[in-house]
Every structure is written in structure tokens, then in C-alpha cells.
Design a protein around this ligand. Structure first.
Ligand code: DOR
Ligand code: ZN
Length: 336
């Protein structure tokens, strides 16, 4: 017998995502602005978003694509050496500043090469109460890059005790543990790192649409992430890191890093939380934790999901989504 059940999410938030620009932005933004009430927009465009003019232009483009959808784009700036005055001027437009170590991922060539030179700016962020979001990977062996970066998080947490630091898209059990050691250290986790391990990417035939940075890790890492998520760990937020690339950049010799999950994220999260009997904690994970951590009040939006099969399209524009052509057991049935 079919049980009638519904999951209603109040103002779900995606605290890390890539909208890109131009035609790609037109393809992907409506998919997020339909089902989420807000999202944190990453600044790794070409050129990067690191000044007021570029930021205002990008906000204008995003808002024109969002149109009448109820969706708050929480903007970020690409980390560079900013003066206090510059940051003071930029603060009203942003939720935080995103730091990429130089060269660790897509469009991060302009990132930070030497942390010592970044610390004056980080001090300004602390004083201005602007959160610092970090892509925490070194240039070490690919499976160890996050673990090798953890001492840098510790150094920053100790040196800047008033700064909100967000470890973006954590992938390891060690990162989950570190959350408990510093009161002002937080994290996002993606959908895909809750679902896949390195085996899904490279254990059989290579699956380029599951290639991302940081790379998916071991089963025990995934288990630690899932445990934290399904318990709505109070310092963990959902951030899809949905990162669209055109199919010719993914199915290529030299595959771009990024998994496109925006259109299936909520459906797949409900499935995962239901499998773990944790539906009651999904609201905390996809919205309440982020509201509390960042002290934000997103627009009101109620998203209903029901156990009705959802056939994931093969493509959205030029982009192949995660679970392309597969059937997911949950669908979004109402957005109000
Ligand atoms: O897989 C990824 N893709 N990881 C990142 O950090 C960046 C992102 C992108 O922009 O494509
Ligand atoms: Zn990202």
C-alpha cells in the first residue's frame, strides 16, 4: 500500500554554488531559484569577482535571471589583498570572502600563493565581522590535500579568534572532527560527498561527471559526513557546490572538476535522510543551521516533496546533471 507522506522544507538554502555567467547562468540559475530560497554564489569567474564594479555587475545579471522567483543570492568576493576601506565599502553587498589557494581548482589561478601575505586582509575581515570561506586543499597528494590543509585551519582559528571561518565542501572524517575543536569554525558539505566515494568515480569505468575538487574520498569519510549531516550537526550546513561545466569540458581528455547537482539536490537529500530515518533533521541541515551561523533571514518559501518518481533529464542546456537519465524516488510537488 502506498503511504501518503510529504516533506515540507521551509526556505531551503544552498550555502555554496556556482552560477557562472552568460548563457550558462541563464541555464542554471532558474534551477536553483525555483527550489531554494537562497544560495551562496561563488566568485571564481573569469575574471574573478574581486571589486565593487564586477560585483555589482554580477549581482545585476543574477537578479535579472532570477526575475520573479523568490531567491536571495548571497554574494561572495574572491580573496585578494584588500584594504580595510575597500572591505568596508564592499561589506553591504556580500556574505563573505572566499579564499582559494592558488591553482587548487577551477579558475583559482589568482588565489593565495602565500598565506603570510594574506593575513593583513584576514585581520580586516575579523575586525569587520566578515566571514571567511575557504577552499581547504593543499597541493599535496590528491587524496590527502584536505587533511594536509587542516593545520592551516587550526592556525587561522587560533590567530583570528573572532573570525567566522567556514571550511567549504569538507570531504573527510578528520575535517568533521576538527569542527568540534574551535567554536568559530564551521563547514559546508555537498550532496555528492554524502553519496559517492572515490570508487564511484574511478573504481570501474571512469565517470567524468562525478569528478570534482576536493575529490571524493573513502567510505569511512563518507560515513562521518553522513552522520554529521543526518544529525544536523549544528556547525554543518548544506552547500551543493553545484558546478556546471559544458559536456565537452567534462567528456574530454582533461576533464573539468565539478558536479552539477542544483536541479536534483533537494530530491536526493530527502531520499538520503529518509534512508537514515532522519527526515526530522533535514530542515536544520538545509536551512536552520545556516540561518543561525550566518545570522541571515532568507525569504519565506515552502518547498514540498512527495514520494513520486522523478526522471532526471539527460541534460540541462549543455550540462549533464548528477543522476542524468535516472529515476529518483522523490519529486518536488509544490513551491510556495
Ligand atoms: O569541483 C569543483 N568545481 N570544485 C571547485 O572547487 C570549483 C568548482 C568549479 O568552479 O567548477
Ligand atoms: Zn565550489
Amino acid at each position: 500500500m502506498n503511504q501518503t507522506k510529504q516533506v515540507v522544507l521551509n526556505s531551503p538554502l544552498d550555502m555554496h554554488l556556482h552560477f557562472r555567467e552568460g548563457v550558462m547562468a541563464q541555464t542554471v540559475i532558474p534551477l536553483s531559484s525555483y527550489s531554494f530560497a537562497g544560495g551562496v554564489v561563488m566568485p571564481n569567474l573569469v575574471p574573478v569577482v574581486n571589486n565593487l564594479e564586477r560585483l555589482q555587475g554580477y549581482i545585476k545579471e543574477i537578479k535579472s535571471i532570477i526575475g520573479k522567483d523568490v531567491f536571495e543570492p548571497y554574494m561572495t568576493l574572491f580573496f585578494k589583498e584588500y584594504s580595510y576601506q575597500e572591505l568596508e565599502q564592499l561589506k553591504p553587498y556580500i556574505l563573505g570572502v572566499k579564499l582559494y589557494p592558488a591553482g587548487v581548482t577551477t579558475n583559482s589561478e589568482d588565489g593565495v600563493a602565500a598565506l603570510s601575505k594574506a593575513e593583513a586582509t584576514i585581520k580586516h575581515l575579523e575586525e569587520l565581522e566578515i566571514p571567511l570561506m575557504i577552499h581547504g586543499e593543499t597541493h599535496g597528494f590528491v587524496m590527502d590535500r584536505e587533511k594536509l590543509f587542516l593545520p592551516i585551519f587550526e592556525h587561522l582559528a587560533q590567530k583570528f579568534p573572532q573570525l567566522k571561518i567556514i571550511m567549504e565542501h569538507i570531504t573527510t572524517a578528520d575535517a568533521v572532527s576538527l569542527l568540534n575543536n574551535y567554536e568559530h569554525l564551521y563547514a559546508t558539505v555537498t550532496l555528492h560527498h554524502l553519496i559517492i566515494t572515490l570508487d564511484d568515480l574511478a573504481g570501474g569505468l571512469l565517470r567524468p561527471h562525478l569528478f570534482c575538487k576536493p575529490i571524493a574520498k573513502r567510505p569511512e569519510d563518507r560515513e562521518a559526513l553522513v552522520n554529521a549531516a543526518i544529525n544536523a550537526h549544528p556547525k554543518l550546513m548544506f552547500g551543493s557546490d553545484s558546478a556546471p561545466h559544458p559536456i565537452d569540458k567534462k567528456e574530454a581528455c582533461g576533464c573539468a572538476a565539478g558536479i552539477f547537482t542544483a536541479p536534483i539536490a533537494l530530491q536526493a537529500l530527502v531520499e538520503l535522510f529518509e534512508q537514515h530515518n532522519a527526515i526530522a533533521n533535514l530542515q536544520g541541515f538545509v536551512s536552520d543551521n545556516a540561518q543561525r551561523i550566518y545570522n541571515i533571514t532568507p525569504p519565506q518559501k515552502s518547498v514540498t516533496l512527495e514520494p513520486v518518481a522523478y526522471k532526471v533529464p539527460a541534460m540541462y542546456g549543455e550540462v549533464v546533471p548528477m543522476f542524468a537519465n535516472q529515476e529518483l524516488p522523490w519529486s518536488i510537488t509544490q513551491v510556495r
